[in-house]
Design a binder for this molecule. Structure first.
Ligand code: ARG
Length: 411
């Protein structure tokens, strides 16, 4: 169950209630006031923790000072890892073969938390801070109506036409307490599974990302000259221990983020296809995700038969599309996950990964369910493979080709 810290200020005014996905930043702080002013609604501010860096102040208290009738902090980190990140890992999920979906996969757990609060509070509306150009608005809106079709959505930033300066102006005029940080040239989003960055200098797709883009990883050129090895133990597709130490999911991801990030692992530079039709240049930093996906693929290579690996690949692709396109609560995601879960029964064992100056390579693997049989594989002494069966097998395997070639000669 999620851990909750809750504060209440004044009694509700009897107006309709709106639950606001609140980050404590400029946009959603302004939104508290704007929603009351423009829509005459009582605002319940909900800060949902999926592992983003904490604010320098108590944002729950600030939401109340800024006029929210209630403010809640909901920590869903464990639920996020168990019910969203691990299914993504089991699917080796990388949108367009490169982006571990670190922003996208956090959206459904946030949506679920918002809808839960709306139900509990009897709110008819939900508000979020997404803009009109991104994928996130789709993920929020579609997720919310899929969980409760009666809820109405308001996206202030999609409606108002304020620049950052105008928002600061609005805040000052209306006595809204904000923490104005130095303006970042980038737009960022962070959670436990990774960080995303876009805008500013990144919009020039020809330019290498400037150093200031990267916040969570060491420059591979400056990373240690000696590799770091980590051992990741999997149980049925889920990582359960790091270097022999059993750990719960959140801790394991945080620790691995640190180790892999220190070796410059997890930097991604990509021109991505958004659902809304725009190509956008984004960078990601996902040290733990990149390492775990490589390790998980290594574990599957050892323990799954070829046809399962190949067939699963198609479903992995579909899973990525579903997550990216905001259809987590649609009809196809659960059956796909059920199939994938079935494949994971024997994905148990240990993978050794070498982290070195930005690269992450699987260099060792073992499993009690290993399908790799040295007796069959070896070219040395102890070979168990029946060499005499090769000729008969090849005769049958080549028979259709042989038959066709004879038949076609007649033309
Ligand atoms: N393009 C990514 C996605 O749609 C990440 C967007 C993250 N937002 C940001 N402000 N950097 O999943």
């Amino acid at each position: 169950m999620a851990c909750k810290k809750k504060c209440e200020s004044k009694e509700g005014s009897g107006r309709d209630k709106i639950v606001l996905a609140y980050s404590g930043g400029l946009d959603t702080s302004v939104a508290i006031h704007w929603l009351q002013d423009k829509y005459n609604l009582d605002v319940i501010a909900v800060a949902i923790n999926v592992g983003q860096p904490p604010s320098s102040d108590d944002i729950v208290a600030r939401a109340l000072r800024n006029g929210a009738i209630k403010a809640e902090f909901v920590d869903v980190k464990d639920e996020y890892v168990e019910d969203y990140v691990w299914p993504a890992l089991k699917a080796n999920a990388e949108y367009q073969n490169i982006y571990p979906l670190s922003t996208a996969i956090a959206r459904p757990v946030i949506v679920k938390a918002l809808v839960d609060v709306a139900k509990k509070e009897g709110a008819k509306y939900i508000a979020h801070g997404c803009t009109a150009k991104g994928n996130d608005q789709v993920r929020f809106d579609v997720g919310i109506v899929s969980l409760d079709p009666e809820l109405k959505i308001i996206a202030p930033m999609r409606e108002w036409v304020m620049t950052r300066e105008e928002e600061i102006d609005y805040a000052q005029k209306n006595g809204i307490e904000i923490i104005v940080k130095k303006e970042s040239p980038y737009s960022r989003d962070e959670n436990l599974w990774g960080a995303s960055c876009e805008c500013g200098l990144l919009e020039d797709a020809w330019q290498e990302p400037p150093a200031g883009v990267w916040e969570h990883t060491v420059d591979p050129e400056k990373a240690p000259d000696k590799p770091t090895y980590v051992e990741i133990e999997f149980k049925e597709g889920i990582p359960v221990a790091l270097d022999g130490k059993k750990m719960k999911g959140v801790d394991l991801i945080e620790k691995l983020d640190e180790i892999a990030g220190a070796n410059g692992v997890g930097r991604i530079d990509h021109v991505e296809d958004r659902l809304v039709g725009i190509k956008s240049r984004e960078t990601y930093e996902c040290p733990a995700a990149v390492t775990l996906i490589a390790a998980h693929r290594g574990m599957e290579a050892l323990t799954l038969p070829r046809d399962v690996i190949e067939y699963k690949r198609g479903l992995e692709h579909k899973f990525c599309e579903i997550v990216y396109d905001g259809l987590w609560f649609g009809g196809l995601r659960k059956p796909i996950n059920a199939f994938i879960d079935e494949t994971q029964k024997y994905v148990t064992g240990t993978i050794r990964v070498k982290l070195y100056k930005g690269s992450c390579t699987v260099v060792g693997r073992k499993s009690k369910y290993s399908l790799y049989d040295t007796g069959l594989a070896t070219y040395a002494k102890g070979d168990k493979f029946d060499h005499t069966s090769a000729v008969g097998f090849i005769y049958c395997w080549g028979l259709p080709g042989q038959t066709a070639a004879r038949a076609h000669k007649k033309k």
